[in-house]
Design a binder for this molecule. Structure first.
Ligand code: GLC
Length: 778
């Protein structure tokens, strides 16, 4: 999945939609599928592990050093003896081939059952990114297309970009290529930057890490969660831990051998505060509104809620422009409202994650106002990234970077200095090389932890550090090949994102989080180019989770789903964490629309959700998906997303329309006077979608979500993490302990799998599994 993102776009910005795949005329006769061939996820290939070099080929196809190869080979042989791999056919019709770039980048190849030949996927994932992802036209794509997405650099280009990223440019901005290509055979993604201590790999370092792990297990607050009243008791924890152990490279540890913390397999519900529930009656959602709906969330069956920013803010980016990190904007309530919300959520057994925005402040933040007043060269300006301009009179921006929201990433102030803003000009980027910034955020973390929040969602977690020289971004000659922003994950030179220094920030935060009782956690919004650097954010001494955006961008295809499942689990296992799964959020087109919209889009969305809920790790749901909301085509005069104002493209308002709770006309019980519209107008025709209407209908999407979440607790709570994904044509089978989740992503009915059907995402007429439908079978 991570390899395929460049041409999957969630057209949240443009609103363009492709029609859903239409069945070809005349279904073929129904046949039992050939026996499925599996790849077991708990048997990662030697050489795939980023922490250990591959035995056969280095990253660029050059031989790895013999001793490393020997060691890896020995370890692999040992592992195979302890955990024998199911026999797999080689040669003949199938077989798994390696791509030219060698095992490190190539990752686990997914074997296709039932086809003519094995598909050898090319390496190097242009990773899909925020706002721009969607399945391809028909949800299917030829293997050749998958291998070389448009705009992806060739092998030489990739080498160049890797070299720029790793070693920095020379004085002329050219990549400094390694002198001997062999020296890079360990591959970069999990390799440490200069001050990246966590990736140390010498035997002494590894011993120290193990010691640290043991000490942490003895004394650290993880143990306290056993006394935590919020934590439900589980069976079978030993088993799951046992499974994880053999994913773990030497030197890494798990927090506790007998249990997992609450977030490990939690279902987290994202509340976009402005659009959830409005109790103050001004057309904008608020904290008392959330509190009033907590019983709804408990009954839905989620474990936690993540609330988007409610801090003091001029709302230019709807809260992601913070003017005071330790106070509540009057739009949303007061600090006392936060306390009430936390108390009631905890009473109902729900955890609460709040949003933290460390990359930038609002231009109304006291620090930025002081910086403007103090003038060039002042210590106040040193908290942000102010620079003189280029050109004879400094009239040109300091470099060629673009803002994620369109236009240049620099704005000039009256005295001639320029400041950097990777988002809107009202969101100046902080300079994390200034120690004052780190100290300020430690205070912010402690402020909310002291109030009792259970965790943080870290906004733009990969953005805090920029390459120190602030050099120009190397751009392809053809402008259309340049990803417009961080949201479009093609492999390209990115001196503004994902710098190695950022990991020290998260080590510091981890120490802070661990010093509080009750398994406080943090989840990273890190849009990395591949899964491996994503996994660096969740190493044992950094953050706990990272959003798996690769899953969100997966096209409608059994093979693509199988690939992303395999690769995501492998990537996070190397970091000793659990995967996360997310299909929608406040930045991307809602997934029923992405999957084609209308009845087909909804059927696919329900099927994808059912599949997701069967996977190990935790699932993040976005408000409104449980009632099957689609992306709304918000009329231009009502659009409010800053990106709309900067680019003229529709932006993200269509996934942020306030929820319909009850009634048959706007505001559909959202809050505010009858007949008035909330901050983004709701469409006519939502009456059948309201929570009230769906609660009364056992066939509704809401009833389906509630049933699926209940079953997940009943059937999978405490289950071993073991997962095996396999495909047979368009049918995907995910095996978990005790159940199989089976999805028909094709256009013809497939045989219903044998066994007891526990739940299905849609009707099962005539004993077959219809297209766009998933089931759990025991
Ligand atoms: C994150 C948020 C997005 C916001 C941006 C800038 O990507 O999810 O909504 O606009 O950061 O803070």
């Amino acid at each position: 999945m991570w390899r395929r993102g460049a041409h999957q776009r969630l057209q949240c910005w443009t609103g363009e939609l492709d029609p859903p795949a239409a069945p070809a005329a005349g279904p073929p006769p129904l046949q039992r599928p050939a026996p499925l061939r599996q790849r077991r996820l708990d048997e990662r290939r030697p050489g795939r592990d980023p922490a250990r070099p591959g035995p056969r080929r280095g990253r660029h196809g050059h031989p790895a050093p013999a001793s490393a190869a020997r060691r890896t080979h020995d370890r692999a042989r040992h592992r195979r003896r302890r955990h024998p791999r199911p026999r797999r056919a080689h040669g003949g019709r199938g077989g798994v081939r390696r791509g030219a770039a060698g095992p490190r980048r190539a990752g686990l190849r997914h074997h296709r059952g039932g086809g003519r030949g094995g598909i050898s996927r090319a390496p190097l994932p242009p990773v899909p990114h925020l706002l721009h992802l969607r399945p391809g036209p028909s949800g299917r794509r030829r293997a050749a297309d998958l291998r070389r997405p448009p705009g992806r650099p060739g092998r030489a280009g990739r080498r160049h970009l890797d070299a720029v990223r790793e070693r920095g440019p020379d004085r002329l901005g050219r990549a400094r290529l390694p002198r001997r290509l062999g020296e890079r055979s360990r591959g970069p993604p999990l390799r440490a930057g200069p001050d990246d201590r966590g990736a140390a790999q010498s035997p002494a370092d590894l011993r120290a890490l193990r010691r640290r792990g043991r000490a942490a297990r003895r004394g650290r607050p993880q143990d306290l969660h056993r006394r935590d009243p919020l934590r439900p008791r589980r069976r079978g924890r030993r088993q799951r831990r046992a499974h994880l152990v053999h994913h773990r490279p030497e030197g890494l540890h798990v927090s506790d051998p007998t249990s997992h913390p609450w977030w490990y397999d939690a279902v987290v519900y994202q509340v976009y505060v402005r659009s959830f529930a409005d109790q103050q009656g001004d057309g904008i959602g608020d904290l008392p509104g959330i509190t009033s709906r907590l019983p709804y969330l408990r009954d839905l069956g989620v474990d936690a809620l993540w609330i988007t920013p409610f801090y003091t803010s001029p709302q230019k980016d709807h809260g992601y422009d913070v003017a005071d990190y330790t106070d509540v904007d009057p739009l949303f309530g007061t600090l006392a409202d936060v306390d009430r919300l936390l108390e009631q959520a905890h009473e109902l057994g729900l955890r609460v994650i709040v949003d933290l925005v460390p990359n930038h402040t609002s231009d109304q933040h006291a620090w930025f106002q002081a910086a403007l007043a103090a003038g060039p060269g002042s210590p106040e300006r040193a908290r942000y990234i102010f620079r003189p301009g280029r050109g004879p009179a400094g009239e040109l921006p300091p470099n060629n970077w673009d803002s994620v929201f369109g236009g240049p990433a620099w704005t000039r102030v009256d005295d001639g200095d320029w400041y950097l803003h990777l988002f809107d000009s009202s969101q100046p980027d902080l300079d994390w090389r200034n120690p004052e910034v780190g100290d300020m955020f430690e205070g912010v973390l402690r402020f909310w932890l002291d109030r009792g929040v259970d965790g943080f969602r870290v906004d733009v977690a990969h953005g805090l550090y920029k390459e120190a020289t602030l050099r120009d971004q190397e751009r392809p000659k053809e402008p259309e090949k340049l990803a417009e922003s961080m949201v479009e994950r093609v492999l390209q030179d990115e001196p503004m994102w994902d710098q190695p220094e950022v990991h020290d920030v998260y080590r510091r935060w981890r120490r802070v989080l661990d010093s509080y009782p009750g398994d406080r956690m943090a989840v990273a919004e890190a849009w990395t180019q591949t899964a491996d650097p994503m996994a660096m954010f969740i190493r044992p001494d950094e953050l706990h989770q990272a959003f798996n955006f690769g899953w969100l961008g997966t096209p409608w295809s059994a093979d693509a789903f199988a690939d992303v499942i395999t690769e995501s689990i492998a990537a996070v296992a190397a970091a000793a964490s659990a995967p996360t799964w997310v299909l929608s959020n406040h930045d991307v087109e809602r997934h029923p629309t992405r999957y084609g919209g209308g009845p087909v889009g909804l059927a696919r969305a329900r099927a994808a959700t059912l599949l997701m809920l069967a996977l190990p790790g935790s699932a993040y749901l976005y408000q409104g998906e449980e009632i099957g909301l689609e992306q709304v085509d918000v009329p231009p005069e009502s659009r409010q997303d800053p990106s709309w104002f900067r680019t003229g493209k529709p932006g993200r308002d269509g996934c942020r329309v306030p929820l319909p709770w009850a009634g048959d006309a706007p505001p559909y019980g959202f809050g505010g006077a009858a007949g008035t519209q909330p901050w983004i107008p709701q469409p006519e025709g939502w009456a059948a979608l309201t929570v009230e209407a769906q609660l009364a209908d056992p066939g509704s999407t809401l009833a389906f979500y509630r049933q699926a979440l209940r079953l997940r607790r009943e059937v999978l709570a405490g289950a071993d993490d073991d997962t095996a994904a396999s495909t047979d044509g368009d049918v995907l089978v995910v095996r978990r302990p005790g159940i199989r989740a089976v999805l028909n992503a094709g256009t013809y009915p497939a045989p219903l799998p044998e066994g007891e059907v526990l739940i299905s995402s849609g009707p099962l007429p005539g004993g077959v599994l219809p297209p766009d439908t998933a089931v759990w079978v025991r």
